[in-house]
Design a protein around this ligand. Structure first.
Ligand SMILES: [Zn+2]
Length: 156
């Protein structure tokens, strides 16, 4: 078995270790941080309350798991912070300087195109829903006011 290791600079303080391993006729490559088996990228996401949420991307070999400390995320549910960051939506960044982390994530996420497409579809649909919900809310409010104040009736 032959093994070649490279240390690659990323946005984290510590370099990543990329290992190429040749065993019989198989060549495998994997990337880990040099300080442990896992690689973690933490990105602060904007929230509606003002305080940011932290979205953690954990990468171990070919597996990516994503965690968010928002209310939904704590229960392992999908939230807009996860989907929008996976989709590469920079407007979700709490700190604009973390755009490099987002770019890095794009290069690291295994099978990024598929993941990114699904996340982008969800994020886009949710944006439409939120926009339409606020429209409905506004119309309902106006309608309630009209009902309260009285609506003119055309006399025949
Ligand atoms: Zn979240």
């Amino acid at each position: 078995m032959e093994e070649i290791c490279f240390l690659v600079q990323g946005s984290a303080e510590e370099p990543y270790k990329v290992t190429f391993r040749k065993k019989a006729n198989n060549l495998s490559a994997y990337c880990t941080s040099s300080w442990g088996a896992n690689m973690k990228i933490s990105i602060k996401a904007k929230s509606s309350s003002g305080d940011p949420y932290t979205v953690d991307f954990l990468i171990e070999k070919n597996k990516l798991s994503v965690f968010c400390d928002c209310q939904a995320g704590k229960f392992g549910q999908l939230c807009k912070h996860k989907t929008e960051l996976i989709a590469g939506d920079q407007s979700r960044l709490f700190d604009e300087s973390e755009v490099s982390k987002l770019k890095e994530l794009e290069t690291i996420i295994p099978q990024a195109p598929e993941l990114k497409n699904i996340a982008a579809q969800i994020a886009e649909s949710e944006k439409i829903i939120r926009r339409e919900q606020s429209k409905v809310k506004k119309v309902k409010k106006e309608f309630a006011t009209k009902l309260k104040e009285g609506i003119e009736i055309e006399k025949s």
